[in-house]
Design a protein around this ligand. Sequence first.
Ligand SMILES: CC(=O)SCCNC(=O)CCNC(=O)[C@H](O)C(C)(C)COP(=O)(O)OP(=O)(O)OC[C@H]1O[C@@H](n2cnc3c(N)ncnc32)[C@H](O)[C@@H]1OP(=O)(O)O
Ligand SMILES: O=C([O-])CC(=O)C(=O)O
Length: 442
Amino acid sequence: MSKLKDTLYQKILDHRKRTTKLLKKSGDTVIDQVTVSQIIGGMRGIKSLVTDISYLDPYEGIRYRGYTLQEVLSKLPKAEGAEMPYVEGLYYLLLTGEMPSKEEVEELMVTFRNRRIVPRYVWDVIDSFPSESHPMAILSAAVMSLERESHFNVKYKQGLSKMDYWDSTFEDATNLIAKMPLIGAYIYNKLYQKGKGHRYPDPSMDLGANFAYMMGKDKPYDDVSRMYFIIHADHESGNVSAHTGHLVASTLSDVYYSISAMINGLAGPLHGLANQEVLRWLQGLRNQMDGKLPSEDEMKQYVWDTLNKGQVIPGYGHAVLRKTDPRYTVQREFCLKHMPEDELFKYVDALYKVVPGILREQGKAKNPWPNVDAQSGVVQWHYGITEYDFYTVLFAIGRSIGVLSNIIWDRALGYPLERPKSVTTDMLEKMVRSTKEFVNTN
Ligand SMILES: CC(=O)SCCNC(=O)CCNC(=O)[C@H](O)C(C)(C)COP(=O)(O)OP(=O)(O)OC[C@H]1O[C@@H](n2cnc3c(N)ncnc32)[C@H](O)[C@@H]1OP(=O)(O)O
Ligand SMILES: O=C([O-])CC(=O)C(=O)O
């Protein structure tokens, strides 16, 4: 057994006792109450999921296993001369809650390298898509086509004990994380770099550096990839992509079905696709300006015009956050260091100064501050990835690391099939009436 798997197994054994005790001794304790507006309004704020991989505080932002993003980026082991840590180390941290040593990460890097093999039929699936297809549709199909590789499915058919579900799920998850960057880069090269062909992985490189190599990008794109995959990896369990992955996996569908579903959820413009929308929207402004930087008033007018058309400002607002997203800040600091003179970055920075005030004045959005998507596309654009349809594929590669870590733990703790209850509008109205009558007669 590898060091990671062994450490994980010990953690699982300890954690099972905590979950069993909670269920046995406190199963009836009330944790939350649900209002009509929560039921009609997308279940905001209802505490109904459990995960120890990450937690999102509305004012502080995400913590992975208790560590802020700044702590994760400074404490995880790095390659010699690299600014950003190994992505592989993040997987170790998310799974075990322990900050790995360099040796532990190196062992895991070998595991990943040995699994960077994508069957030929996956390339055929990708090649068979028409060129106008969205890269997220291609990614989703490519991941789902791998379903026949699932160890979990084989073992399940052989009669697997519930206690052992996590083990083959871990193997599937690790295989998929190793393959995702190869699939992403292949899609990019097929759609946008036709003449160049596809580069096969370099076994001497870590996940981030190898992705940059397969994309045909020089330094510091290796660090950009590491930063990007790490900061997008998880955002607790209620966001659409994480929740979808968990929900589908709760039926004991394998990780390929679950991550394909996760990808489909991420592909909507209110969620992950907002990062491409930001670039599309910014290009609209740029075109209007005929190359010159807009004045503050011109910028404000563009924002108001968008709102007055009944559209949202992409990259702003959030269902949980009530402050600037720390993932925005991490990328902003990277931009200030590496590309302060970039024209689009100047647009993004100028928007930061005007959009929150306008959203406050409009008075609808509960959070007027920027989220991760407002900054991520501009970094990619700077390094030559100007095909913004591709950006959510990068998000999906990162997000799969967190969602897969969660799915392994779901299986380890025996979480059941997810199945909340729905009611009819008639029932809601009756419940409201009976509550009012109760209040009036008491
Ligand atoms: C990785 C991520 O998924 S981060 C989010 C990425 N998405 C975006 O950036 C898209 C733009 N933002 C939004 O559409 C929203 O802020 C969401 C979807 C992220 C959150 O939605 P909600 O939790 O419903 O936000 P909230 O409660 O603040 O919405 C209240 C109203 O403000 C509006 N609003 C929220 N954010 C914005 C915005 N950026 N621009 C304009 N209006 C907004 C909502 O559309 C809603 O309007 P309505 O009452 O007419 O329906
Ligand atoms: O948390 C959310 O709802 C959306 C988000 O920022 C993410 O999933 O990264």
